[in-house]
Write a protein that binds this ligand. Structure first.
Ligand code: 5GP
Length: 187
């Protein structure tokens, strides 16, 4: 793990190691295996941020007859949510009667999650489950609570393991958090 990562003039410091990520991937995969026993689920990976988490999680479940699909939305500009959700890649698959597992990188305001779930419900799936690598409960604007959460974190901006800053740093194997500026002593 790097001591720090500098990108676009911002410094990021180590936050969650690859070993801790792997432990949580295994835990959630085990829970999905148990909860989806006897079913042929649809895993829905939310691009771009969830691509690494989804690849690790789906393989770890060992569910070989799952369908794997991809969707893409945007809401973030730089380091904050614009509050507007735009669909970039929609769902082509017929999910009527299927058990769907949404796989996200991070739930922040919860607006993307709510938008997706409202859209998917109209397609009459048998069930919808939501798995996320990270959850920032204090940032919620919707009260949305994911079913499977690897890590609950405070409302800080993070990168790595699929998460980006303006398209960069998704390849990092560990997760880094933006360094807080040191406040001047006001005495
Ligand atoms: P929400 O709709 O819940 O506000 O935002 C979800 C999306 O915002 C995530 O899929 C992700 O793309 C982006 N996002 C939220 N927080 C962070 C963060 O700390 N780091 C990065 N890189 N993206 C974030």
């Amino acid at each position: 793990m790097e001591d720090k990562v500098i990108v676009d003039g911002l410094t990021f410091v180590p936050y969650i190691t690859r070993d801790r990520i792997q432990e949580q991937v295994c835990r959630i995969a085990g829970e999905l295996r148990r909860d989806l026993a006897g079913k042929s689920p649809v895993f829905l990976c939310v691009l771009n941020g969830a691509f690494i988490f989804a690849a690790d999680l789906i393989r770890e479940t060992g569910i070989n007859d799952a369908t794997i699909c991809f969707v893409k939305y945007t809401s973030y500009e730089g380091m904050s949510s614009s509050g507007r959700i735009k669909e970039i890649i929609g769902l082509g698959e017929d999910i009527e009667g299927r058990d769907v597992v949404i796989i996200e990188d991070i739930v922040d305001t919860g607006l993307t999650a709510k938008y997706m779930i409202d859209d998917l419900r109209r397609r009459k799936p048998a069930s919808i489950r939501f798995a996320t690598l990270l959850h920032k409960p204090e940032s919620t604007k919707t009260g949305f609570q994911p079913d499977y959460v690897a890590f609950s974190i405070p409302p800080k901006f993070i990168i790595g393991y699929g998460l980006d800053l303006d398209g960069k740093m998704r390849n990092l194997r560990d997760i880094y958090v933006v360094e807080e500026p040191v406040c001047a002593d006001k005495r």
